[in-house]
Write a protein that binds this ligand. Sequence first.
Ligand code: CP
Length: 307
Amino acid sequence: MRHLISPLDFSVEELDKLLALAGDIEKNPQKYAHVCDDKRLATLFYEPSTRTRLSFEAAMMNLGGKVLGFSSADSSSAAKGESVADTIRVVSCYADIAAMRHPKEGAALVASMASSIPVINAGDGGHQHPTQTLTDLLTIHSLKGRLGDMTIGLCGDLKFGRTVHSLIEALVRYANVRFYLISPEELRVPSWIREDVLEKNHIEYKEVERLEDALPELDILYMTRVQKERFFNEEDYVRMKDFYILDMPKLELAKKDMYILHPLPRVNEIAVEVDSDPRAAYFRQAQYGVYVRMALILTLLEVKLPC
Ligand code: CP
């Protein structure tokens, strides 16, 4: 039985297959409409979510399966003190696969060790968000036709932004990928990303504070919001929250074929006027999240695929 806890749980070859399956699902949705008729997905969300939970639920429904679960810790027996390990043991009796979001780093890993069904990490604290990474990889591949040979700028809260950590870990496995890490000093990527991921893999990267300094060189700009829920005090959040605002005058500096991604939700970091620019790809990205989660469910459940 396999779980998805970290973006590195799949090899590059396995990822290629998963992305190809997601591409086929996009083109031929009817082919997959009943492949999970007898399956159930549990969504165990101890933290708020719109995209991840609903796209998982849409994914399972698109495959003919059913969904059950909870959308906050308060509405589950976690509020009475039940452990994640006990919860997943019980959920294993009710569902065939589970997606879990939890504010504590490592919670999905703990769950996977007690589970008798595949567990998917749908975000664990400020650590990882591997299914957002699958979404990002599918989006980049669909827009650019490749995953290597490009310069990617990651901008905003690189310290607490788990989508950033997972995406960097996944992308360093492709050839000729370079990074601009664009953040204020206080929100730089954690040292484990710099040392254990970028430097260990001899990846070219620059850390800059001004978005304008990086924009002209980028093939992909990955914007992120400042993660309010991970700050220890409101004052620091208020000081940081509008540090970056991508608007049309700034976008003038970018290449005509650069794409803008954002895991969403957006707060102020991309002006609404940018949404109508053809380079704005963040709502398409949310749609790709359904296809890739369908492919992930099929892969982890080892469902026999239609010809
Ligand atoms: N991208 C993402 O994780 O969004 P949600 O928090 O809405 O799930």
